[in-house]
Design a protein around this ligand. Structure first.
Ligand SMILES: Nc1ncnc2c1ncn2[C@@H]1O[C@H](COP(=O)(O)OP(=O)(O)O)[C@@H](O)[C@H]1O
Ligand SMILES: [Mg+2]
Length: 281
C-alpha cells in the first residue's frame, strides 16, 4: 500500500534503511602492491557495508586507494586480504556479476560505433532481439538528453555527452548495483553539474545501490546519502557521514542548504588533513 506523505515519513525511511538488506559487504579488505621490488600497502583493513538503495560516496585524496577498492568490489582485481560479499556471495576475481554495472572515469566508448551502437553494445552481447534492443536504446538516448545525436560518433561529441553515453551504456543493462569511479572527474564544472542533474534524476527514480568514488567533496555531498571518508595512503576508513539533505535534489540549490554548508566545513577539515598528508609523502 502507498503511504500518504506525512511528518512521520522521514522516520519511516530511516527505519526502512535499518531494515534494508546489505548488498555490498567489505570486510577487513587489504591490498598490497609490488612496486619495483618493494611491497607497499595501498589499502589497509577497510570494512563497510552498502545497503539496498543507498548512494554511498567513497571520498579521499588521490592515491589513497579508492579505485583499488572499487576494482576489488567489481572483481577486476584480486585482494591481498579480507573478504567482499555481494548479496551474500563472495566476489570472485574475474567473474562477471550481471547485477553489477561499472562506469569508469576514462572515456571507454568505441570510437567506430555511433552513440546508439555504443549504448546498445551490452544488449547486443546479451543477444537481445533487434527490435527490443532498438526500443530500449531509443529510450536511453532520450533519457540521456542525446536526442538527435543517436547517429553521431564519439569524436563528434563534447566530453559531457560522451560521458552520458558511457553512463547509459551501463544503465541500459539495468544493474541493481552501480559502481562508479570518478565518472565526471574529467569534465568542466558546468558540465559536471549537468551530469549530476542527470544522475540524480535517474537515481531518485530508480534507486540503484550505488558506490561512487570521488575526491570531490562537493560532488559527494550533492549526490550521496552517505559519505565514507578514507585516509591518505594506505587507504583506511576514517569517518562515516550521513548526508541528510532532502530529495529530490537540485545540484545548484543543494549548495545553498544549511546541511550542505555544515557538512562541507566539517568534512573539509578532515579531508584537508589527508590531502596534506598526501603532499607530505
Ligand atoms: N597496479 C598497480 N601496481 C602498483 N601500484 C599501484 C597499482 N594500482 C594502484 N597502485 C598504487 O596504489 C595506490 C592507490 O591507487 P588508486 O587506488 O588508484 O588511488 P585513487 O583511486 O584513490 O587515486 C597509489 O599509490 C597507486 O600508485
Ligand atoms: Mg582513482
Amino acid at each position: 500500500m502507498m503511504a500518504a506523505p506525512s511528518p512521520g515519513l522521514a522516520r519511516a525511511r530511516d527505519d526502512d534503511r535499518a531494515a534494508a538488506r546489505t548488498r555490498i559487504a567489505v570486510q577487513c579488505l587489504a591490498k598490497r602492491f609490488n612496486a619495483s621490488g618493494r611491497e607497499f600497502v595501498a589499502v589497509d583493513d577497510v570494512s563497510f557495508e552498502v545497503k539496498q538503495g543507498e548512494f554511498v560516496a567513497l571520498l579521499g585524496p588521490s592515491g589513497c586507494g579508492k579505485s583499488t577498492i572499487l576494482n576489488m568490489v567489481a572483481g577486476l582485481l584480486p585482494r591481498s586480504g579480507g573478504r567482499i560479499l555481494i548479496d551474500d556471495d563472495t566476489v570472485e576475481t574475474g567473474k562477471v556479476n550481471p547485477r553489477v554495472g561499472y562506469v569508469f572515469q576514462r572515456d571507454t566508448l568505441f570510437p567506430w560505433r555511433t552513440v546508439e551502437q555504443n549504448i546498445g553494445y551490452g544488449l547486443e552481447i546479451a543477444g537481445l532481439p533487434k527490435t527490443e534492443r532498438a526500443r530500449r536504446v531509443a529510450s536511453a538516448v532520450e533519457k540521456a538528453g542525446l536526442t538527435g545525436f543517436a547517429q553521431s560518433f564519439p569524436r563528434m561529441l563534447s566530453g559531457g555527452m560522451r560521458q552520458r553515453v558511457a553512463l547509459m551504456r551501463t544503465l541500459i543493462l539495468e544493474p541493481e548495483i552501480l559502481l562508479m569511479d570518478e565518472p565526471f572527474g574529467a569534465l568542466d564544472t558546468h558540465t559536471k553539474l549537468e551530469m549530476h542533474k542527470t544522475l540524480l534524476e535517474i537515481w531518485e527514480r530508480e534507486r540503484q545501490t550505488v558506490l561512487f568514488v570521488t575526491h570531490d567533496l562537493g560532488e559527494a555531498l550533492t549526490l550521496a546519502s552517505r559519505i565514507i571518508l578514507l585516509s591518505a595512503r594506505p587507504g583506511r576508513l576514517k569517518e562515516d557521514f550521513d548526508v541528510a539533505i532532502a530529495r529530490p535534489r537540485d545540484p545548484v540549490a543543494v549548495r545553498e542548504t544549511a546541511e550542505f554548508g555544515r557538512l562541507y566545513s566539517h568534512i573539509w577539515h578532515s579531508l584537508g588533513e589527508e590531502f596534506r598528508r598526501t603532499r607530505a609523502d
